[in-house]
Design a protein around this ligand. Structure first.
Ligand SMILES: NC(=O)c1ccc[n+]([C@@H]2O[C@H](COP(=O)([O-])OP(=O)(O)OC[C@H]3O[C@@H](n4cnc5c(N)ncnc54)[C@H](OP(=O)(O)O)[C@@H]3O)[C@@H](O)[C@H]2O)c1
Length: 302
C-alpha cells in the first residue's frame, strides 16, 4: 500500500525520526525517509497499516502503539493525518506525541489543516521546549510515491533549517514562507488557484464534447498554448474518459475549501468563484463522488 518509486537521496546525517499517519501520503513519505537512511518509528491508528509498513520497509523501521511512544527520543516527528481534529488527536493528551517529545526536537506537520491549529500547536510546543512547523504538501499521491512533493512551511527558521534536509527525502522543494501558519495559508492559496481552474477545464472539455470535437486532439493542441496547465496535462485525458480514481479525493478538497472560506471571512478576501466551486463539489459528493478525484467536477456537466 505504501509502495514507492526509487530515487536518489542527498547524503545527510541519519536522524532518529517518527512518522504518525501512514495513509495515501504518509505511508510513502515515511518510506522515503527509511530508504534515505533515517531511523524511522511509525504510528498508525489502525495498527495493520503500521505492520504492513514495517514489513515493506523493514529494519531499522519499527512501529509504536501510541504517538507518544513513537515520538520518544526522536529528533524530528512528522505527521500526516486528516484534519484539525485528527491532528489534535495524535498530538495532544496523555498518549499524544507532544507528551513524548524531547527538549529541542522539532514536530513537522504535513496535514492540510487550519492556520489557527498550526499557531495553537506551535505555542503549545514552544511552552514545552520544542518547535512546531506547519508543512502541508502539494503533489498528490504520485508526488508522495516518487518522493517529489512541494512542501510549504511556516515556523521557526532554525528548526526549519534542521528539518529541511530530512524532508528532502520525499520532496523536490521545501520552502519556509513565514511565521507559524504561513505554510497552511500558502496551501490555501494553492487550493484557491486549483478550484476555479478545474471548473474552467471541466467547462472547456464538456463544451468541446458537445461540439463534437476530438477533445484529446484539441487538448494536445491548446496544451501547447496559453491554456496549458498541470490539470490539463495530467487530468485532461482522464476527464475526457470519465476516470476519476487518481488520489486527491473530493472529500479532502471540500475540507480544504472550508478552511479557505473560513480564513477569507477573517481576512476579508473575496472568493466568489471558490465559494461556488465548493458548492459544485458538494453536488459531486451527493452524487456518490466523495472519494473521486477532484477532476470529477466535470460529471456535473454531463
Ligand atoms: N491524497 C492526496 O493527494 C493529498 C495531497 C495533498 C495533501 N493531502 C493532505 O494530506 C493529509 C492526509 O491525506 P491522505 O490522502 O494521506 O489521507 P488518508 O489516506 O485518508 O490517511 C489519513 C491518515 O490519518 C490517520 N488518521 C485520521 N484521523 C485520525 C485520528 N483521529 N487519529 C489518528 N489517526 C488518524 C489515518 O489513520 P487510519 O489508517 O487509522 O485511518 C491515516 O493514517 C490530508 O490533510 C490531505 O488533505 C492529501
Amino acid at each position: 500500500m505504501s509502495s514507492i518509486n526509487s530515487r536518489t537521496y542527498e547524503s545527510v546525517p541519519a536522524q532518529t525520526v517518527a512518522f504518525l499517519g501512514l495513509g495515501v501520503m504518509g505511508g510513502p513519505m515515511a518510506g522515503h525517509l527509511a530508504k534515505a537512511g533515517h531511523k524511522v518509528t511509525v504510528y498508525n491508528r489502525t495498527p495493520a497499516k503500521a505492520e504492513a509498513w514495517v514489513a515493506e520497509f523493514g529494519a531499522p523501521g519499527r512501529h509504536a502503539a501510541t504517538p507518544r511512544e513513537a515520538a520518544a527520543g526522536a529528533d524530528i516527528v512528522f505527521s500526516c493525518v486528516g484534519n484539525d481534529d485528527d491532528l489534535r488527536a495524535v498530538v495532544l493528551g496523555p498518549n499524544g506525541a507532544f507528551a513524548g517529545m524531547k527538549q529541542g526536537s522539532v514536530f513537522v506537520d504535513h496535514t492540510t489543516a487550519s492556520a489557527d491549529v498550526a499557531r495553537e500547536l506551535s505555542n503549545a510546543a514552544q511552552s514545552a521546549g520544542f518547535q512546531f512547523i506547519d508543512a502541508p504538501v502539494s503533489g498528490g499521491q504520485a508526488g508522495a510515491q516518487n518522493g517529489a512533493l512541494t512542501v510549504m512551511c511556516g515556523g521557526d527558521k532554525t528548526s526549519f533549517e534542521r528539518a529541511k534536509p530530512v524532508m528532502a527525502a520525499f520532496a523536490r522543494a521545501v520552502t519556509l514562507l513565514g511565521a507559524s501558519g504561513a505554510g497552511q495559508l500558502a496551501k490555501m492559496v494553492n487550493q484557491i488557484a486549483i478550484a476555479g481552474l478545474v471548473q474552467g477545464l471541466s467547462e472547456a472539455i464538456a463544451f468541446g464534447q458537445r461540439a463534437g470535437l476530438d477533445m484529446k486532439l484539441v487538448l494536445d493542441v491548446i496544451g501547447k498554448g496559453a491554456a496549458q496547465s498541470w490539470q490539463m496535462d495530467n487530468r485532461g485525458k482522464t476527464m475526457i474518459e470519465g476516470k476519476f480514481d487518481y488520489g486527491f479525493a473530493v472529500d479532502w478538497m471540500r475540507k480544504d475549501l472550508g478552511l479557505v472560506l473560513d480564513e477569507a471571512k477573517r481576512n476579508g478576501a473575496r472568493l466568489p468563484v471558490t465559494a461556488l466551486v465548493d458548492q459544485f463539489y458538494a453536488d459531486v459528493q451527493q452524487a456518490g463522488g466523495k472519494r473521486w478525484d477532484t477532476s470529477s467536477l466535470i460529471t456535473r456537466l454531463k
